[in-house]
Write a protein that binds this ligand. Structure first.
Ligand SMILES: [Fe+2]
Length: 433
């Protein structure tokens, strides 16, 4: 579906089956990758430690009182290319006015952070992208309708940072580096942001196999204005879309559009609730509890989902993350028919033991599982995925996996409902009359 040059009122979902995927390579500025995700909270130490333990992501860098930051405590978790940052304010009563100069993140604001945490609970404040040049990305976005959140700054003459509003109280943060070799440095003030210092290494080293961020999903009240706003400010194209009808049941209660950058490595799906279904839309529940739009889930790629899940499940009742209930055995009986050409019998057995879901599209296979909401409110949760297939070679002969190989799990909605129905029938059959 082409919606370029269409006004918002003309925006219309065509559904998964009618959607024609094409990549117009229409980015307004050069986007390299997801850079980090920042959570705003009221106590960064505790939030960071919980996520570190639950996901096997060591705390690798910090900016806090111990590094001379009198404004905020920030802890950075990292596992390969995935970075999560947790930030919370120090007391504003004790910091002298000049202390604001000690903040490592120039866009941090104590009162805004406290208001954000009070309104949303534990939530994502920033989805950060590494771009070629933060200033020109900001200017291009604002020229194309973006609401500025924080004007461009050049930190220590080498790291660019700017922010525009994404949805709700979430910002899209642009980060860029003057030094092309920044990533090869060991010092976090060079590879991450100035003002950050290396944290003491954890022992034993934490690593459950999580490697990068695949997609960051936003829930919004209305899809059409959110899609045209984000498309407009970034030039990102529509990569996929799903409607409630597509998933073979009206129960899912959501419509969804996935936006992607030129290389389709930055995937930003957006969901809206569908009203009037039998069960209340989970998106509606989110919007109520989050008090508006926000990040619904973060999908993290594992290099070995079986290992990651074994490690995570071991810690579920020890301060880690809990998972959504596993599908009934009928789901896995059907899976032998659906995925026998891709997964071995042993792998299907492991999927069943660990409660992993499997879906396919015309290109590849997706293994996925969802945690329960990770904070107090029924809002943000984590998805762990592994994608199989779609390996292609670039011009230089380097083999890589195409973005979103295997899709986003659309087929699992109908498979799950089908298997639950089948399972309930087997229970009825065994129930004494
Ligand atoms: Fe997802």
């Amino acid at each position: 579906m082409a919606i370029e040059n269409q006004s918002e009122s003309e925006f219309k979902l065509v559904g998964f089956k009618n959607f024609v995927r094409r990549n117009p390579k229409s980015d307004l500025f050069e986007v390299k990758r997801f850079h980090h995700i920042e959570f705003w909270c009221t106590d960064a130490t505790n939030a960071a430690c919980r996520f570190s333990w639950a996901l096997g992501m060591p705390i690798v860098a910090k900016s806090d009182l111990s590094t001379g930051n009198h404004i905020h405590a920030s802890y950075l978790l990292r596992s390969a290319d995935l970075s999560f940052l947790f930030s919370a304010p120090y007391s504003t009563s004790r910091a002298p006015h000049s202390a604001s100069a000690t903040a490592a993140i120039p866009t941090f604001h104590a009162a805004a952070c406290l208001a954000f945490a009070a309104k949303h609970g534990l939530a994502v404040r920033a989805v950060a992208l590494e771009v070629a040049d933060a200033e020109s990305a900001f200017r291009a976005s604002v020229a194309h309708g973006a609401e500025p959140a924080s004007p461009p700054v050049l930190l220590r003459g080498r790291t660019g940072l700017a922010e525009v509003r994404l949805y709700g109280d979430v910002v899209l943060r642009y980060v860029s580096y003057k030094d092309p070799s920044h990533a090869s440095h060991a010092d976090p003030s060079l590879w991450f942001l100035p003002g950050f210092e290396a944290a003491a290494a954890s022992f034993p080293a934490l690593d459950y196999g999580i490697r990068r961020l695949d997609h960051a999903v936003g829930n919004v009240a209305e899809l059409a204005p959110a899609v045209s706003y984000l498309k407009g400010l970034s030039g990102f194209h529509e990569f996929a879309e799903f409607t409630a009808e597509d998933v073979g049941t009206s129960e899912s209660g959501l419509n969804s559009v996935v936006l992607a950058n030129n290389s389709e490595t930055v995937l930003l799906p957006l969901n809206e609730p569908v009203y009037g279904t039998k069960r209340k839309s989970q998106i509606e529940t989110y919007l109520e509890h989050n008090e508006g739009a926000g990040v619904q889930h973060l999908a993290l790629v594992s290099e070995d989902i079986f290992r990651t899940l074994r490690e995570m499940r071991m810690r579920s009742s020890l301060g880690g993350f809990e998972f959504m209930p596993s599908p009934p055995p009928t789901y896995y009986a059907n899976l032998h028919k659906r995925a026998a050409d891709v997964l071995t019998v042993d792998q299907i057995k492991q999927c069943e033991e660990l409660g992993i879901l499997v879906d396919r599209d015309d290109q590849g296979t997706l293994l996925q599982i969802f945690t329960k909401p990770v904070g107090d409110r029924p809002t943000i949760f984590i998805e762990i995925i592994q994608r199989i297939g779609c390996m292609v070679e670039d011009e230089e002969g380097k083999v890589y996996q195409k973005g979103a190989c295997g899709g986003f799990g659309k087929g699992n909605f109908s498979e799950l409902f089908k298997s639950i129905e089948e399972y309930e029938k087997t229970l009825e059959a065994t129930r004494p009359a």
